[in-house]
Design a protein around this ligand. Structure first.
Ligand code: HEM
Length: 115
């Protein structure tokens, strides 16, 4: 099995490569069989789908199917483009949420003490 960089995974976005738990897969032949539909897979082409895969509660049966589409492993030391990172909430959205909460707290304190 070969080892690929994130750049190579990006170059094979159109060929249907994606990464789950450090393994590179090409599930193209499986697209139309996927119980979750082809679109969710296509949306993760070229990227790290680890989080999405794990968070959608796939069974061990799904992991068995995965094995058939293994292409290689990812070179974990290779640089990853921001758009390739798996799911989760982007740091900017977290900062925004924090600012809203901080504003509400300041407003409440203000109301409490400014009487
Ligand atoms: C090549 C990778 C994948 C394989 C082989 C795969 C396989 C499967 C299988 C076998 C099921 C049926 C339930 C089960 O046995 O666990 C399933 C369901 C599902 N998958 Fe995936 N999956 C893959 C990637 C993904 C990704 C990246 C997503 C993104 C969100 C996703 C979303 C879903 C959803 C939402 C369902 C539930 C469908 C339903 O119950 O209506 N899958 N998948």
């Amino acid at each position: 099995m070969s080892t690929y960089t994130w750049q190579q995974v990006a170059e094979n976005q159109r060929n249907g490569w994606l990464v789950i738990d450090g393994i590179v897969y090409n599930p193209t032949p499986y697209l139309n069989e996927h119980p979750g539909g082809p679109a969710v897979l296509q949306n993760r082409f070229g990227k790290d789908a680890t989080r999405d895969f794990n968070e959608t509660g796939h069974t061990s049966g799904a992991r068995e199917i995965l094995k058939k589409y293994k292409v290689g492993t990812i070179d974990k030391t290779s640089p990853q483009e921001p758009w390739q990172a798996g799911g989760g909430t982007p740091a900017s959205a977290q900062l925004f949420a924090f600012l809203i909460v901080a504003l509400v707290v300041v407003f409440m304190l203000w109301n409490f003490f400014a009487k």
